[in-house]
Design a protein around this ligand. Structure first.
Ligand code: 3HC
Length: 316
């Protein structure tokens, strides 16, 4: 294709984005648009799968059968989200094996939040309430993303994340109605998960290399800072309602801006975790790779079945 032809296609593409049309897998798209989507969507898929690990550890230790059923369903949902997102990413011309290879070799990132340990039952509450709460705010915006398969996956995922957020909050509501020890446990979980939850939204807009282009292509509909602010404004009253204190001494309502002012995030900690030096990075990757290797027989069996079925069809 000549340079002029590519230019013309790019103009048509930008016009479609401006008209808010969805871009579909077989449509022409700039190579950088494709690569950016593979990067973000696959990191999102990896986050869902790695995100099963901290909560998965608590399924056998849930305090009641009802709690166990809800947590089990939540963790399974996260696995499902990973699968939708891997499938959606594959529509951009990359295979599942390549995507997993990128995760297992450390080439692809996953959300920093999952590199923190879940050490008490209250952490199941904090993760559902804060981590899924942050994910919803981010993902509601992504329902309007320009790439059709990603936007559509987000609609269903957001519905399920809402249930996750409610079940997490309800765990904390229950603990906050309990003994002083239970209240302390809930507060301790909030203390440990508050700042890492704010980090989930990524670096500040000024420090984010991808935001400007992703906003132009409508991959992102809101910036990292705007989403983070929305999360703070929405979550602080929820904490206050049940008697929890947000661990930020600089947090205060700004009447003029009609939003909360808040303290500085520890960005050194964020980048350490992103670069693989968080409290649980090594443990998470070890568990993930072991799960992949232990699941080889399942993939082999599924492939053998598919081949057998195909053979039967061609013999008919
Ligand atoms: N953890 C790890 N890496 C992060 C990060 C985080 N919290 N925030 C940013 N980064 C990485 C980016 O991936 C990028 O790295 P790269 O250049 O190697 O790809 C780099 O830091 C610079 O950040 P940018 O802000 O420029 O990058 P993006 O434009 O991609 O924005 C994002 C980052 C806001 C996380 C965006 O990718 C996004 O909205 N992703 C989709 C949502 C997602 O991935 N959520 C994961 C949360 S967990 C989840 O949903 C599971 C649920 O069940 C709880």
């Amino acid at each position: 294709m000549s340079e002029e032809q590519i230019k013309e296609l790019e103009i048509q593409f930008e016009a479609r984005i401006a008209r808010d049309e969805k871009i579909e897998p077989k449509d022409w798209m700039p190579e950088k648009y494709r690569q950016t989507h593979i990067r973000q969507m696959s990191q999102h898929a990896h986050s869902e799968i790695i995100g099963m690990l901290p909560e998965g550890n608590w399924i056998t230790r849930a305090p009641t059968l009802r709690r166990k059923v809800a947590l089990l369903a939540k963790v399974q949902d996260e696995g499902g989200h990973g699968l939708y997102l891997y499938s959606a990413t594959e529509t951009l011309g990359i295979t599942r094996d390549e995507l997993l290879e990128q995760l297992h070799t450390g080439k692809a990132k996953y959300s920093s939040i999952f590199n923190y340990p879940a050490i008490s039952w209250a952490d199941m509450g904090a993760i559902g309430w804060l981590v899924d709460g942050a994910a919803i705010i981010n993902q509601i915006a992504l329902c309007g993303a320009s790439y059709g398969p990603y936007a559509r996956a987000m609609v269903r995922i957001c519905k399920e994340e809402s249930f996750h957020q409610r079940q997490g909050y309800e765990i904390l509501v229950t603990l906050m109605k309990g003994t002083q020890e239970q209240k302390n446990m809930a507060q301790d979980a909030l203390n440990r998960f508050w700042w890492p939850s704010l980090m989930m939204f990524g670096p500040t807009d000024a420090e984010s290399p991808h935001t400007a282009q992703s906003m132009k292509w409508k991959l992102k509909r809101k910036t990292n800072d705007d989403l983070r602010q929305q999360f703070i404004d929405q979550t602080v009253p929820q904490a206050e309602l049940i008697g929890l204190t947000i661990p930020d001494s600089d947090l205060k309502w700004n009447e003029e801006k009609q939003q909360y002012d808040s303290g500085e995030i520890n960005w050194d900690e964020f980048w350490q975790v992103v670069k693989g030096h968080g409290p649980c990075n090594k443990e998470r990757m070890k568990a993930r790779i072991a799960a992949h290797e232990n699941g080889q027989w399942v993939r082999d069996a599924a492939m053998a079945y598919a081949e057998k079925k195909e053979k039967r069809k061609t013999n008919k």
